[in-house]
Design a protein around this ligand. Sequence first.
Ligand code: F6P
Length: 359
Amino acid sequence: MLRIGLLTSGGDCQALNATMRGIVKTVLRNSKEKVEIYGFEDGYQGLIYGRYRKMSWADFSGVLIKGGTILGTSRTPFKLLDTPEADGVEKVPAMVKNYRKLDLDCLFVLGGNGSTKTANRLREEGLNVIALPKTIDNDTYGTDMTFGFPSAIDIATKCIDDIHTTADSHRRVFVIEIMGHKVGWIPLYAGIAGGADVILIPEIPYEMDNVIDAIEQRERDGGRFSIIVVAEGAITKKEAAMKKKDYKRLVAQRVKPSIAYDIAEEIAARTDREVRVAVPGHTQRGGEPNAQDRIFATQCGVEAAMSCLTGEYGCMIALRNGHMMRVPLEEVAGKLKYVDPDSELVREAKMLGISFGDE
Ligand code: F6P
């Protein structure tokens, strides 16, 4: 008998179900033994409290195009892993106990950075864990792509596309805030795909003077509008030079809902332009996975299943230079993948005339 467990952890995204379908179909088709499948509800919470469903092939049929996660998810911050739950339950011992109680052979964890760190901790505790790189943010170290990212780019791009008509009609400046947590992958890709004039990302600290210059230059060139794409984690040069704790305090003191509103206010004050803000927010994580996401999620699922069937645990499934592979969890856990400010894509965007606010 082969007993496998599945859980989805952290922020949801579009291709979680597609990935689980890939795992389950492949295991069922290729296992020489009878298979039992346990789906833990709401991420690590399900493993901590032993909340699971015994599942079958039928649960994963027809979910390829379904967004969200059929198992539910939650955030279990890694830094609180050794802090007991409110009811006193010790998280790590509880997870180990429930894994052992079900006599699992392997646990598949579909998660982002924090979840992968926890997966690595479970590996250290002796569990057989295989992680799969989930997040719209694309910031998982060790893989060139994460599932969720391709669909998020499409949604953010569509938002930028749709803003163009109103920006043009009204001669406005639009500040569009794009998700991505501490990194700028979605804003960079969607910004280029959507024809943004300015893209501000955390990896390239900006100065407001340069943003204003870019808007004015566009006006001199005859442009009727400007589209500023700002990452939710974008940062000025002055902020980048601050101590981490001082910057955190500054962010905590912000009275506006988010960075786009601060930037919009400053542009309006320093130019005579009408400025508006658009924040697509969680729509970027919602809806169906696009075709590229479905394919990549399926590849991740198949690779993870085969890794389990060949007894290779303690790894994360990754895409590197066009090839699927397994990378040791301890090599990737706890590290973030940032946009390289000197990458070809950034250089090409600059050559095209997109401003990153740094010069
Ligand atoms: O990690 C995915 C993400 O959508 C980030 O882009 C964003 O910063 C964060 O999650 C939002 O988290 P929550 O859904 O908990 O508000």
